[in-house]
Design a protein around this ligand. Sequence first.
Ligand code: PMP
Length: 406
Amino acid sequence: MTFNVDRIRQDFPILSKSNRGKPLAYLDNAASSQKPNCVIACLAKYYKEQNSNVHRGVYALAEEAEIEYQQARQTIADWLHVSTEEIIFVRGATEALNLTAHCFSQSKLKSGDAIILTQMEHHANIVPWQMVAKEKNLKIKVAPIMNDGTLDLECLSKLLREEDTKLLSLCHISNSLGTINPVEQIIKEAHDRNITVVVDGAQSIPHTRLDLKKMDCDFFAFSGHKVFGPMGIGVLYGKKELLQAMPPYQGGGDMIDQVSFEGTTFAPSPQRFEAGTPNVAGAIGLASAIDYLSNQNMLELAQHEDSLLQFAQTELQKIKGLKIHGNAAKKVAVISFSIEGVHPHDLATLLDSEGIAIRTGHHCCQPLMESLGVTSTARASFAFYNTMEEAERLVDAVQKSASILC
Ligand code: PMP
């Protein structure tokens, strides 16, 4: 069957909503994605028919919840081509990156070691490293970006060759620029020098079919809500041998082997990193979103998104005074832009009155904004359920708003 956006849109009930009296054009997918009926139904079913705490119940309901929870882990592990021991359920990409920074630095980094980040990182992939750097006296080095919004690979290589570099943490896809980083090539180069690589996959997981074994990253973080799943659930993938060498993140129930007042021993991964009652419904809902994607042709979805990107970029660029930040040849359908003399917030307010939802601000990338010479941008970000008509409405509304605001 060929790609049919109208058929796809029927799976997402919120898309038929109106916004300020106009049909909603939801173009804020980099912030959070909408949910298909199957995910919504799955959450309702869990709370109507399956809800109970997991792990220790002997009654049928608890057994059912446990089976569903572990099946969700299996679905996600299969989707990413890794094993279930390597999949840790967390609250989202932020928690996954905090966990990695904290626990990996405890087990493997020592005073004087250097961590490389890039100029295009989200605060979630900057602040946790700064916190552990302060605690453990680590250095942070930053790989710059080029004018087109791609990574300066030559500078990155230079940093990777420095003796004190022990870890690189970078985004697969930039949430502000849409740039797709050549992570496989970078990981290979880093591994040749025994450097551990953490990939922030928050923005790549909704757009591409990933094989983490092939990518060969050491850690990979993402959030369920950006991949058509529920909020409050996310995943940290880590290579088994690295996870087993790491101390726990939080202490409490479910992450232990034996507890006494003399001391505690810990369960193996993933339980070691999942202290307390987990977000069972969230995990099952995320697996349902992954099942939904498994039933789609991801290549077709990506091609559709790319046609929206090419159209919107070409047309927006024709607007006087409009500048697109990030023109990488390889990018996803995320367009950050500024218009000379127009505050992005005013622009977004006018677009909202036309039913169009975009985001403005620093997009949790203040160091990137600084290097772009702006404090904020307007950002339109597309998903496969967006239509060419919505892209046209965006262009028309930006044009109209610019003529009002300039
Ligand atoms: N990294 C990137 C690249 C992101 O876009 C985001 C969300 N904007 C995050 C990390 C953090 O995700 P969350 O807020 O869902 O934890």
